[in-house]
Write a protein that binds this ligand. Structure first.
Ligand SMILES: [Zn+2]
Length: 457
């Protein structure tokens, strides 16, 4: 491709087509623009035709004002209401819309720029490499200098990003420009009839947000197995806007998902350190890993250690758990969902419950006064469910819960920060969270009410 372009006329086919496009536009322009502007355009057109035979005459023939006029008039895509199709070019400016199969070198060939220039450009600057990532529909604007060489080039990667190349004394400089979009809130609602992704697509929700949605509710809903026809979702999310047009999406701010008649709510909260987490509407964690403390109203009376003097045996022993001193009869909660592998007496542990959580985790609760109703070997428990009551059975000096946590069969400190704990929102952040979540939830309520009203009609 590159070689043949050297032999082809200076303006290859695509450009000639563009030139005839100008002619068509011109006749339209005659109806719209005041005559002075039309004159300018006419002149430019004739220059263009001339320059295709000899570029060297170009620099002499071209008054500077005309170039400016052309640049201001319709050469930039998306600039103003009077905007013309990309075909409106000045002789020095070429707009190329990338078609499928194009590479940067075929774009250069279309613009009648020598392959050497491309090599120089790519060699002159590491940043230039990003120019080679082009995709169909992308618009590349090329400006030549009076000698017909590449003067500058702008490649618009998206509404939010463009790369700008300028000739310098040494070669080319490459600058990436990021357009900061405005952020507005958008709302989407959908009902599932086959899959989540079909429904989110129909609701106009970007694919990335559909994945986010599945992640956010992933602790509550198994999106592979639990999804049923008639399940519903609604989402308030950030939409990036440039020139009043959508230019991508940001984060999900709040969402509701109704699965088999049960509704789950999630609200995003960013704390003062800038960390973002999703919480339920009441500020409890969405993450269903483990609650850190199996007993409320307790104090830690002994921590995890590999060596301590056992109070009863009076021997140095590792204490591979945490003791919570509490009144006898205080409820003990399962710290995660799981299956009971033991509910019974276990030597010095006294009345003990052991819960298996998936493949990796196991928790143990010892010295219990008794078990809660329905707690027996093989039964399933959910996080927070009461499994028994604080007592002092087995080798124990007073009422307390001895709690152990195992990862792949190894005891770990349940108070360690490394474990997947599901902490509720911190007290100091809670007020801010409730202030921020309230309008988001209100928006969903309001949108939903109007949707229902529409459906009734
Ligand atoms: Zn203990």
């Amino acid at each position: 491709m590159t070689d043949s372009s050297r032999n082809s006329p200076l303006y290859p086919k695509s450009h000639l087509l563009a030139a005839s496009g100008i002619a068509a536009l011109l006749s339209l322009t005659l109806l719209v623009f005041p005559s002075s502007q039309v004159e300018a355009k006419k002149t430019l057109l004739s220059l263009d035709v001339e320059s295709s035979t000899s570029l060297s005459t170009d620099k002499d023939a071209q008054p500077a004002e005309l170039v400016t006029a052309a640049a201001g008039q319709g050469t930039q895509p998306g600039a103003g209401a009077n905007q013309q199709a990309p075909a409106a070019e000045s002789p020095r400016e070429t707009l190329i819309t990338v078609s499928s199969g194009d590479t940067l070198s075929s774009v250069f060939a279309k613009a009648a720029l020598p392959a050497d220039t491309l090599h120089t450009l790519l060699a002159s600057n590491k940043e230039a490499k990003q120019l080679t990532h082009i995709k169909p529909g992308q618009i590349i604007q090329i400006t030549r200098n009076a000698q017909g060489e590449l003067e500058s080039m702008t490649s618009r990667l998206s509404r939010l990003e463009s790369v700008h190349v300028t000739r310098t004394a040494k070669g080319f400089s490459v600058k990436r420009e990021l357009i900061k979009p405005a952020i507005r809130q958008a709302y989407a609602h959908g009902t599932i009839d086959s899959s989540l992704f079909v429904a989110t697509k129909r609701a106009g929700l970007p694919h990335k947000l559909a994945l986010d949605l599945a992640n956010i509710f992933g602790y509550d809903i198994d999106f592979a197995l639990d999804i049923r026809e008639g399940d519903e979702f609604e989402v308030v999310y950030e939409e990036k806007v440039v020139d009043d047009k959508t230019a991508g999406s940001g984060n999900i701010l709040a969402a509701r998902f109704t699965n088999r008649g049960k509704t789950y709510t999630a609200v995003r909260h960013t704390d003062r350190q800038g960390n973002s987490t999703y919480y339920r509407a009441d500020g409890s964690s969405m993450r269903k890993a483990f609650i850190r403390t199996p007993v409320d109203f307790a104090r830690i009376s002994s921590r995890f250690t590999n060596a301590r003097r056992h109070p009863v045996l009076n021997k140095i022993r590792a204490h591979k758990g945490v003791d919570y001193a509490a009144r006898p009869g205080t409820p003990i909660k399962a710290t995660g969902d799981g299956k009971i592998v033991l509910a019974g007496r276990k030597g010095g542990y006294g009345n003990t419950v052991v819960i298996q959580h998936g493949q990796r985790y196991r928790t143990l609760y010892a010295h219990m006064k008794g078990f809660a109703k329905g707690i027996r070997n093989g039964s399933h428990v959910t996080q927070g469910q009461i499994i028994g009551y604080v007592g002092t059975t087995g080798l124990s000096t007073g009422p307390h819960l001895h709690y152990e946590f195992q990862v792949n069969g190894t005891h770990v400190d349940p108070l360690s920060q490394k474990l997947p704990m599901a902490d509720p929102i911190a007290g100091a952040e809670r007020k801010r969270f409730l202030q921020q979540s309230q309008p988001l939830l209100a928006r969903m309520d309001q949108e939903r009410t109007s949707l229902l009203a529409l459906n009734k009609r």
